[in-house]
Design a protein around this ligand. Structure first.
Ligand code: HEC
Ligand code: HEC
Length: 160
């Protein structure tokens, strides 16, 4: 099955839309998650961390990430060629449209906007070392709606 069930989609869309209205009003462009998500991406890319929404990286980043899954941040996340092709297609068709440089970082957390939002004072640096956070890539630790592409301030809670 290529896409998750319509009911689930409706719920997803409803929960993300309100939050995104504000977020979109800023400088961030289109939602990080399209209204129809790919089921293979959801299943295969959420085993070790949440499935990062495609709109958080430019297409060139996704191509690099997907062509190096056998050496993925110190782990082997390889997929069958068919699954890999299907997921790559989903990611590169729904990339960030807000990337201003031609850089293609492998990490969202290396992006300039990410650093500006997270490393420039508002969050106490000690927070990143907490057991409950561990890694800046652990979006869900602070953004309860991250796996649905929701990052607006209402869903943010820094864990103890
Ligand atoms: C076998 C485990 C595993 C699987 C499966 C996996 N990943 Fe990862 N991924 C990791 C690890 C480990 C990291 C590094 C996490 C960290 O630094 O906190 C990572 C990090 C990432 C990052 C960078 C996060 C950041 O901004 O720092 C992206 C993007 C990513 N993965 C995408 C994917 C995609 C796309 C898939 C599905 C095709 C996938 N991952 C499947 C283990 C996995
Ligand atoms: C330690 C907690 C924490 C973690 C982990 C974290 N964030 Fe954040 N994030 C915040 C806080 C706090 C803000 C609000 C900063 C501000 O508005 O100045 C924020 C802001 C944002 C924003 C801007 C929201 C807006 O409406 O302006 C985005 C997008 C975002 N984070 C994405 C991510 C992504 C993607 C990840 C994981 C790769 C992540 N964050 C990990 C705490 C966190």
């Amino acid at each position: 099955m290529k896409f998750i069930k319509p009911l689930l989609l409706a719920v997803l869309a409803a929960t993300s839309l309100g939050a995104w209205a504000k977020y979109n009003g800023e400088d961030r462009g289109r939602p990080t998650l399209p209204s129809q998500v790919n089921a293979k991406w959801q299943a295969e890319c959420s085993g070790c961390h949440m499935a990062f929404p495609p709109g958080l990286l430019p297409a060139a980043s996704w191509k690099k990430i997907m062509s190096g899954l056998d050496k993925h941040f110190g782990t082997d996340a390889s997929l069958s060629p068919a699954d890999s092709a299907e997921i790559t297609d989903f990611l590169v068709k729904n990339p960030s449209n807000r990337w201003t440089s031609s850089a293609a970082p492998l990490r969202i957390t290396e992006a300039q906007w990410f650093k500006a939002k997270h490393m420039s004072g508002e969050i106490n640096p000690a927070v990143w070392k907490r057991e409950s956070v561990k890694s800046p890539a652990n979006c869900m630790a602070c953004h309860s709606g991250a796996d649905k592409g929701v990052f607006d301030e209402h869903g943010i809670k820094i864990p103890k």
